[in-house]
Structures are given as structure tokens and as C-alpha cells.
Design a protein around this ligand. Structure first.
Ligand code: SF4
Length: 495
């Protein structure tokens, strides 16, 4: 058999004098060049690698095949978020064995109950660097990651590089001002909504059109987002079938995020997380960046497969993904009145602000007309929300609070009732993921909390009335976990 029928030959990209996009520059730096053109084969340095528990055993076996006794990638992290809440015996065995396997090779192992992989891994990443991970939602809010299968994740962890055919990019540019009652999740849903209106995305499976498929989604126009918020945008690039995502941020939110993360990692070292040398190395790298904070910028004449502009002034009501397709976006007014059986507030799409906002909406409620599930992404969120009395609201309204982690989002742990109609803050609403025959709407936590209070999807007027109490307290509610300002983490570190 001729070799050409077995191997795909690399195709040199057409020469261009144009500039580079942000993603092309990030990958370029990781390859030691200014930028990498779409279609070019490259092997970027992989600075951060994430492994989660449902593919962790396969990654471990691949690492054994590679005879890997020490990771070349600078930081490899293992989580247990997919199986922590209701582990089977096989999961318990993995939870006992895998941490040592990872940490003796220089990786960092989390513990069952710590929380969702991304909510931790994002706190260990460095600006403008490249990473990968075995979970399809490994989508860095700063830098860029290209999620991969367990074999490639093992390869990247062991060798510190990964093979990559550089994808083209699609630019999404936000402009205008956020309107009252509109949340980041609505902006997440605004991306496919705008693409549908421009004929770049279709919902119908047959002959489906998807401009994002296999490309890098590059987002700009929201430079002052906190990094936690930026992750909502990058996380959902998985639902767009994009290969990766960049979010262009100003230095200030990144400086704030890194200062917080240094404190978290120092606390981890004090708490006995291994490998401490790897955590310390990452702390040192963050400090080095903070000493001279520089960010890559896309060139003005960079080329994109498409440019989608979204005017925030025109988004005047929440947008939901309807059953059962994350691309099937409709404005709230089109689905108002639908009866809802269960509501889930959780997954890597949430952060602490969402739970405070939900608590604000529910604070005067008694028993709810729906079953409400609450699963914060990390144990740090759970701890802080308990300290602030938000958990007491969830307890009073009869919510079922779950172990921090993926919970209902993963579909392999607790599940909603068969054929339930659900509003969820999770990432995807593919058929049967949250429960057998379930119909699932995806919305913001704020809207989900309003739905929980009513047992149905509200009208726009009802929604705006119920969330009116959030805006005056927005500064307090959407306050993120700055570990360098939280006494609990400073105290443990000092002792
Ligand atoms: S919360 Fe859901 S999308 Fe996020 S890592 Fe867990 S299972 Fe994946």
C-alpha cells in the first residue's frame, strides 16, 4: 500500500503578508515564532495539561505505554470531579490510586470533593500560553487550550508538546452596553443566536451549517470582564464545536486573577497538595509575569473565516437554549409560560456570583414549586457561600445541595426524573444527558432561580421584576473569590 494512502501529508499554508490573530500569536509564541498560519502543522509547547477522572485511567495507561516517569509539561493537574459525588467501587479504586501516580510524576492531584476540573485548572494557567486537557470543556479564559483525547493528553503531559494543525479563526466582536437584566450567559447564547441570524449556523441536524466547527472562536469587545466571567464565554466554545477559544482581556482582571491564584496555590501547598514543587514553580511563573505584565494583541489586519458583530444594546431580554440543542437559542418571550419540573444550578458554567444572585432571588421564598438542585463548582465556593448564609437560603427553600463538582451536568451521577422538563445552567442539553427523556432549557443562574420560584418560565416583565434586587447589589453579589483577600486562606497559609 503506498504511504500516501496511510499518512496525511502536511499542506503548507498559502503565503500571506497579513497579520496574525490572537490565537495564531499564542500558538506562535509556543512554537518560538511570531505566529502560526491556519493549516500549518506545528508542535506548540504545552504549558498546562488537565486530566479528569472519567478519562484519567486511560491517560494513566497511555502514560505507562510512553514509559513516562516524569512530566515534561510544566503543570499537569488531575481532578476527580466527574465521579466524586456518587462513586462506584471502580471510581473509589481510581480515587485511591491515581493521585500518587500523578504526583510522583510531578503533577498536581486534586481530591474528590474539591470540585470541577476547569474551575481549578483555570486558576493555574499562565497568560498567552497553550494547554490541553482530556475534558472537552478545557477552554482557557486566558491563553488557549486545545482539548484532546486521553492519548494526546498523555503525549502532551509526557513530552510537553502536542501536534496541532492550526485551525482558522472566527472573530466575535461585542459592542455597545449591557442592558438591565442581561447576564453573561445571555451573551454566551447570543453568539449562536447571532450566527443563526447571519446564516452561519443552522439548528437543523440535516445539512447542518456551523461556522465555528473546528475553528478557533476569538472573542473581543468585553475587555474588563473578570477572568471567571470570561470562562463562561470560552467554556461554551465547546458547544459551538470550536477547537479552541481566546478571550481578549485587559491586563487588570488578569493581574487580579493571578494574585488570587498565587494565594490559592500557596494555601494548597500548606494543605499538603502534591506535587508542591510544581505548584511553587507555577507560583514563581505567575510572579514573573506580574513583574512585567505583557499581553499579546491580535494584528488589526489579521484574517478570519468570519467576523460576527453583536450589539449589546440590542439584547434586551434573556436568551435560552431550548430542548434539546445548545444551538437552538430563543428569546425568553418566545418560551415564557412553559411549565418546569426541576431546576439545576451548577456546572463549570457557574461561579460564586451566580449562587449569590440565585440566593437573592430566592431569599424570601418558602418551599419551591420545583425540585431545585444546587452544586457549586468548587469546595471553596461552597465554603464561602455557607459563611455568607447563602446555603441557609438554599436549605430553607428545600433545595438539594450536592457535592461540589460536575453533578447533574455529567449525567453519570444523580439525574433528574424521567421525562422531566428542566431549566439548567449546565453546559449542554443533549438528549438524555441530564435524565432519560428530559427536555432541558439552558439559561443563566439568575433566570433559573426565577424559574425555580415560579415553577414555570417567566415573562420578561416577571423576570425583570424578580431580578430587580440584584442590580443595586451587583458589586457585592458578583464579587469573585480573591483568595489573597480571604482570611481563611491567609490563616491556613501562615500556620
Ligand atoms: S461541569 Fe459539566 S461540562 Fe463542566 S467539566 Fe463537569 S461534566 Fe464537563
Amino acid at each position: 500500500m503506498p504511504a500516501s494512502s496511510v499518512f496525511m501529508r502536511p499542506v503548507e499554508p498559502v503565503h500571506s503578508d497579513k497579520g496574525f490573530t490572537l490565537a495564531q500569536k499564542m500558538v506562535g509564541v509556543a512554537c518560538g515564532v511570531e505566529g502560526v498560519r491556519p493549516g500549518a502543522y506545528c508542535e506548540p509547547k504545552v504549558t498546562t495539561v488537565g486530566s479528569q477522572d472519567t478519562t484519567g485511567a486511560m491517560t494513566r495507561d497511555e502514560l505507562k505505554e510512553l514509559a513516562c516517569l516524569g512530566f515534561s509539561s510544566d503543570l499537569v493537574m488531575q481532578s476527580f470531579c466527574h465521579t466524586a459525588a456518587y462513586p462506584k467501587p471502580v471510581d473509589i479504586k481510581l480515587q485511591h490510586e491515581l493521585p500518587e501516580f500523578i504526583s510522583t510524576r510531578g503533577g498536581v492531584s486534586l481530591r474528590p470533593g474539591d470540585g470541577v476540573i476547569h474551575s481549578w485548572l483555570n486558576r493555574m494557567i499562565l497568560p498567552d500560553t497553550v494547554g490541553t486537557g482530556g475534558d472537552s470543556h478545557t477552554r482557557f479564559p486566558i491563553g488557549i487550550s486545545f482539548p484532546a483525547g486521553s492519548g494526546l493528553v498523555a503525549f502532551a503531559a509526557a513530552l510537553g508538546v502536542m501536534p496541532l494543525d492550526m485551525p482558522e479563526s472566527v472573530l466575535v466582536r461585542f459592542k455597545g452596553e449591557m442592558q438591565p437584566g442581561i447576564t453573561l450567559r445571555d451573551l454566551v447564547n447570543a453568539i449562536p443566536y447571532a450566527a443563526i441570524q447571519e446564516g452561519l449556523l443552522t439548528v437543523e441536524k440535516k445539512g447542518k451549517k456551523n461556522i465555528f466547527n473546528g475553528r478557533v472562536l476569538e472573542i473581543e469587545g468585553l475587555p474588563d470582564l473578570k477572568v471567571e466571567q470570561a470562562f463562561e464565554l470560552s467554556d461554551a466554545s465547546a458547544e459551538r464545536s470550536a477547537n479552541g477559544c481566546t478571550v481578549r482581556l485587559n491586563k487588570e482582571p488578569i493581574i487580579e486573577f493571578l494574585n488570587s491564584n498565587i494565594s490559592l496555590m500557596e494555601w494548597m501547598i500548606a494543605e499538603g497538595y502534591a506535587d508542591a514543587r510544581t505548584l511553587q514553580r507555577r507560583i514563581d511563573a505567575m510572579r514573573a509575569w506580574l513583574d512585567d505584565p505583557q499581553l499579546l494583541e491580535p494584528d488589526a489586519d489579521a484574517e478570519y473565516a468570519a467576523i460576527i458583530e453583536i450589539d449589546l444594546n440590542e439584547i434586551k431580554e434573556p436568551l435560552l437554549a431550548c430542548p434539546n440543542d445548545p444551538d437552538d437559542i430563543k428569546p425568553l418571550s418566545e418560551v415564557a409560560g412553559a411549565k418546569i419540573d426541576e431546576v439545576f444550578i451548577g456546572s463549570c458554567m457557574t461561579n460564586i456570583g451566580h449562587y449569590r444572585a440565585a440566593g437573592k432571588v430566592l431569599e424570601k421564598m418558602g418551599n419551591l414549586p420545583v425540585k431545585l438542585w444546587v452544586a457549586p463548582p468548587t469546595k471553596m465556593d461552597q465554603h464561602q457561600l455557607t459563611q455568607e448564609g447563602i446555603y441557609s437560603i438554599f436549605g430553607r427553600v428545600g433545595a438539594r445541595t450536592e457535592t461540589p463538582g460536575c453533578s447533574l451536568c455529567m449525567g453519570n451521577q444523580a439525574r433528574v426524573a424521567d421525562n422531566a422538563t428542566v431549566v439548567s445552567t449546565s453546559t449542554r442539553n443533549f438528549p438524555n444527558r441530564l435524565g432519560n427523556g428530559a427536555d432541558v432549557y439552558l439559561s443563566s443562574a439568575e433566570l433559573a432561580a426565577v424559574v425555580a420560584s415560579l415553577g414555570r418560565i417567566p415573562t420578561v416583565a416577571e423576570y425583570l421584576e424578580k431580578v430587580a434586587g440584584i442590580q443595586p447589589m451587583a458589586h457585592e453579589i458578583y464579587r469573585y473569590l480573591n483568595f489573597n483577600e480571604l482570611e481563611h486562606y491567609q490563616r491556613a497559609k501562615a500556620s
